[in-house]
Design a protein around this ligand. Structure first.
Ligand SMILES: Cc1cc2nc3c(=O)[nH]c(=O)nc-3n(C[C@H](O)[C@H](O)[C@H](O)COP(=O)(O)OP(=O)(O)OC[C@H]3O[C@@H](n4cnc5c(N)ncnc54)[C@H](O)[C@@H]3O)c2cc1C
Length: 368
């Protein structure tokens, strides 16, 4: 019987565990995590999936993983549309407000392939966002612009509410154990300081799956892993129902969730401090109210900070073999970490590939 140990219970760890369990029926699965939902960094995510922006680390693999994720989200919606709250997945329209000059660059990417649809917003739709001509300079970060300099795209995207979604992934794993699809599911709340902490004499795994996000910086160790601080606000604005994004360096999102509106966040590379910074709050309010004037004078329900697991060069998804004192042969470690600002949009595709790597490299090790 194959025995697996997933380190991490964020969106990457839980989706990897679920895909492995589906591929390897009858296995024993242990998930070790220092924190679990609602206390992971994933719980801070806005969960926007579909066409986001491309950055320098986005490779064809990114497009592949994002496509597989959005195909999966389509299936979730088709199967369970009446229970979308419980699933934590919703179809939403996203307005992208951007400088007209950058339009071709955006269209050149493959990203439209991973949206449900994409088209220019109509005049009525533009008006419904309430874009304030005076504020456009601030939104677009350039001087002397007027409303005509702005193009607004409408994209069909999805939003995952992390609190609901992580609960659902775990529920699915527990249901697999209850149906005997997997032999055992163990959830262990523990912070490890080295992979050998999980490979003691008494516990031997055929494969370790490393989904520890930021902690991979010292666990692997991988000095390409960098924290990216994201402070954001939760606002009392249930009438704001459109997802809006400004497409510039200081990208700003107005993201209606199932029961709240998240706005922001900051993108502070190299910072991992989690205390709320009042200066960031002021700046976020200014940015968000400029992009969505409806937010003016609304109550801030909460200010919060999440840290994205950035990685120079993009996510690491590959196998490494390590020898441990307690094992007579090298053990495969499948690394799946470093998804930065795009963990949700890539998670399912990465989890599928993780399960494939487990089947390829670990099953021959396992006592099936
Ligand atoms: C404000 C904000 C907004 C975002 N918006 C979006 C968005 O709209 N779309 C999108 O695609 N992405 C978004 N992201 C990014 C996304 O949230 C992350 O890429 C994703 O959550 C990373 O998931 P993860 O499971 O790798 O990391 P984490 O959620 O950090 O999970 C890591 C897990 O490993 C465990 N762990 C860590 N160290 C140890 C240890 N030593 N021992 C044992 N366990 C350990 C942790 O306890 C946790 O369970 C956003 C992020 C932030 C902060």
């Amino acid at each position: 019987m194959a025995t697996f140990c997933v380190i991490g219970a964020g969106v990457i760890g839980l989706s990897s565990a679920l895909n492995i369990a589906k591929q390897c029926r009858g296995c024993k699965m242990t998930i070790i995590s220092a924190h679990s939902s609602p206390d992971t960094h994933s719980n801070h995510g806005f969960g926007i999936c579909g066409a986001l922006h491309m950055d320098k680390y986005d490779s064809p693999k990114y497009v592949k993983w994002a496509k597989l994720t959005t195909q999966y989200l389509r299936r979730v919606m088709e199967a369970n549309s009446s229970e979308s709250a419980e699933n934590g997945v919703r179809e939403v329209s996203m307005y992208v407000v951007r400088d007209k000059d950058g339009q071709n660059e955006y269209a050149e990417t493959h990203l439209f392939e991973i949206s449900r649809f994409s088209r220019p917003a109509t005049q009525t739709e533009r008006q419904s966002i309430g874009l304030d001509a005076k504020e456009l300079e601030y939104v677009l970060e350039r001087k002397d612009c007027c409303e005509d300099d702005v193009s607004v795209l409408k994209l069909g995207n999805w939003v995952i509410d992390p609190d609901y979604y992580l609960t659902r992934l775990l529920k699915e794993l527990k249901a697999m154990e209850a149906r005997n699809d997997i032999a055992q599911l163990r959830l262990i709340n523990k912070e490890i300081s080295d992979f050998s902490d999980v490979m003691g004499d008494a516990v031997m795994y055929d494969c370790i799956i490393n989904c520890s996000g930021l902690a991979s910086r010292y666990l692997v160790p991988d000095d390409k892993v960098v924290p990216i601080r994201g402070q954001y606000l939760i606002m009392d604005a249930s009438d704001v129902t459109d997802l809006i994004r400004s497409d510039c360096d200081r990208a700003t999102f107005i993201c209606p969730m199932l029961d709240k509106v998240k706005v922001g966040p900051t993108h502070q590379v190299g910072r991992s401090d989690t205390a709320v910074d009042p200066n960031d709050t002021r700046e976020l309010l200014r940015r968000c109210e400029s992009l969505c004037p409806k937010l003016r004078n609304r109550r801030i329900i909460k200010e919060a900070v999440g840290i994205r697991p950035g990685r120079i060069g993009g996510p690491r998804l590959e196998v490494e073999f390590r020898k441990f004192p307690s094992s007579d042969r090298p053990v495969p470690i499948i690394h799946n970490y470093g998804h930065a600002s795009k963990g949700f949009v890539q998670h399912w595709g990465c989890a599928m590939e993780t399960a494939e790597l487990v089947m390829k490299y670990a099953i021959s090790n396992a006592k099936l």
